[in-house]
Design a protein around this ligand. Structure first.
Ligand SMILES: NC(=O)c1ccc[n+]([C@@H]2O[C@H](COP(=O)([O-])OP(=O)(O)OC[C@H]3O[C@@H](n4cnc5c(N)ncnc54)[C@H](OP(=O)(O)O)[C@@H]3O)[C@@H](O)[C@H]2O)c1
Length: 266
């Protein structure tokens, strides 16, 4: 049996589907089922991982919690201690490019801390470090469709590694089913600019100043620290501090294929 945390989400859903198709018994865990457990609850995490021969884990985003990093740490500790208590021997953990850096990466800092925590386990570990998800454009899709414009603070000239989450799920499922690779695996589909990515959604891109994005996020009800973390992450993307080896096999889905499957113009 393999436990999949976040089994109703982008990557976990694909992992669970792929494993089930291969005849593997899956325990899909999230707050709303199939097996219900909250990632902040150590005992619930230990039960979720109990008896598992392997696990797929992630740190769910918690954008509306007060104190983003403190909440991420709480989940990260409960997940790690749950895995330790259950003695799960093989763990595939979703992380991110940039997780090698301890600070200055916005949201990604919590993934650095989670990699460090998980590394204390007596288990074989595979850290998946994907680029920016194509799915990260989805929360803004309604606005993009209404106005034909995507706004953000990322430099339009910067080529960023991006990936479809279904491809991340496929990489994770393959490792869990048999490869049992360990170490760090980058998961990158394409290196493209934000204007190229949003063009697949039929939109153009407009870079806006930090203050304008900050005002829009605060108006949308996002906590101040989350707004700051988004800006810090974008500044990281705009800098030469973001780095990747680029030697792991590329994933297949292009942004155009992804957008087409979404029913978006390409
Ligand atoms: N967006 C990007 O470009 C990007 C890039 C690199 C890495 N990442 C990382 O990718 C991760 C997100 O992966 P994803 O897109 O597959 O996730 P997702 O689609 O946002 O799904 C999150 C999953 O976790 C569950 N969940 C949320 N809060 C929970 C809690 N407190 N306890 C238990 N389950 C909970 C959700 O289900 P319920 O609601 O039912 O609980 C859902 O199944 C994050 O760690 C993010 O930092 C993102």
């Amino acid at each position: 049996m393999i436990t999949v945390l976040g089994a109703t989400g982008n990557t976990g859903g694909r992992v669970a589907q792929r494993l089930a198709e291969a005849g593997v018994e899956v325990r899909g865990v999230s707050r709303r089922g199939p097996v219900q457990a909250d990632a902040t609850d150590r005992e619930a995490m230990a039960r979720a991982f109990d008896g598992a021969e392997a696990a797929y884990v992630l740190l769910p985003l918690s954008l509306f919690e007060v104190g983003y990093h403190a909440h991420q740490d709480r989940m990260g500790e409960a997940i790690t201690e749950g895995l330790r208590a259950a003695g799960v021997p093989y763990v595939v953990a979703l992380s991110s490019l940039g997780a090698e850096l301890p600070s200055g990466t916005g949201f990604l800092t919590s993934l650095h801390r989670q990699e460090q925590r998980l590394a204390t386990l007596d288990a074989d570990l595979l850290f998946l470090r994907p680029g920016l998800f194509f799915e990260s454009f989805l929360p803004g899709l309604e606005g993009i469709r209404a106005t034909g414009v995507h706004h953000d603070t990322i430099d339009p000239e910067v080529r960023l590694p991006m990936v479809a989450t279904r491809d991340i799920g496929d990489v994770a499922a393959a490792a869990l089913r048999g490869g049992r690779d360990t170490g760090v695996r980058e998961v990158i589909g394409q290196e493209i600019t934000i204007p190229q990515a949003v063009a697949a959604l039929g939109a153009t891109y407009q870079r806006i100043p930090d203050a304008a994005l900050q005002a829009a996020f605060l108006q949308a009800g996002l906590p101040a620290d989350v707004t700051e973390l988004h800006l810090e992450m974008n500044a990281f993307f705009n800098s030469d501090r973001i780095a990747w080896r680029g030697t792991d096999p590329r994933t297949p889905t292009t942004v155009e294929q992804w957008a087409q499957a979404l029913g978006a113009p390409v």
